[in-house]
Design a protein around this ligand. Structure first.
Ligand SMILES: [Zn+2]
Length: 217
């Protein structure tokens, strides 16, 4: 298995790592899933299948009980859970790596579960979006960032300003006017840099110039 695109892998030695929380975060199309798949692949080679346990939230119903990477053209089986505490219902090998995909779908109390798991000897990888469509933080990712010692912050390429901008994108701009926190699907969003994001928000009437002044202050 190998990714179709060029994705820089960060190699972690899971056998030597003391229990730790690793956070992979960024906007849409930043390569979070690809980086997560690199980590899963590395961990499977180092720890074996029984010691790599993947959880995905019930709210993400796109791919059933699998997590899928387009770049790798591959999927892994995951346990679907409604609440983070449900991980304790599973008989986890004490040395296993525990993975939470789509972190933004969980309540921020997932940090207590992650800390409890760390205390029991598990290393945790949590991956997800850090910002909502309006630029405000997803509370679970924000809370996890405060307790996770290892951060992998990934940035997409901005295609704003009529596709001429190539700055690093850190925002997920929702193309529709839906104001719900969640609208699932990569195609519903453009990945934009800070400047293009603020311009787009103003152009679509979702920010006033005054809002922008406050944000910039
Ligand atoms: Zn831009």
């Amino acid at each position: 298995m190998s990714p179709k695109g060029k994705i820089q892998s960060i190699n972690l030695n899971y056998r030597a790592l003391h229990p730790v929380i690793v956070l992979i975060y960024g906007c849409m199309r930043a390569g979070k899933t690809e980086q997560l798949f690199h980590q899963i692949e590395n961990a499977l080679q180092q720890l074996g299948k029984r010691r790599v346990v993947i959880f995905k939230p019930y709210l993400d119903d796109r791919t059933g009980s699998e997590i899928r990477s387009r770049a790798f053209d591959h999927s892994y089986e995951a346990h679907v859970i409604k609440k983070p505490e449900e991980v304790f219902d599973h008989d986890l090998d004490p040395s296993s790596l525990v993975i939470f995909d789509e972190l933004q779908f969980y309540p921020k109390g997932i940090t207590s579960v992650a800390e409890e798991l760390c205390g029991r000897g598990h290393t945790i990888i949590a991956a997800g979006l850090d910002k909502k469509h309006d630029g405000s933080p997803f509370l679970s990712t924000e809370a996890m960032a405060k307790i996770a010692p290892l951060h992998i912050h990934l940035v997409a390429t901005c295609h704003g300003l009529n596709m001429t901008c190539e700055n690093g994108a850190t925002n997920s701009f929702r193309k529709s006017a839906n104001e719900a926190d969640f609208e699932i699907g990569d195609d519903s969003y453009d990945s934009l840099c800070e400047d293009c994001f603020e311009r787009a928000m103003i152009a679509h009437g979702r920010r006033t110039v005054t809002d922008r002044t406050i944000i910039a202050a």
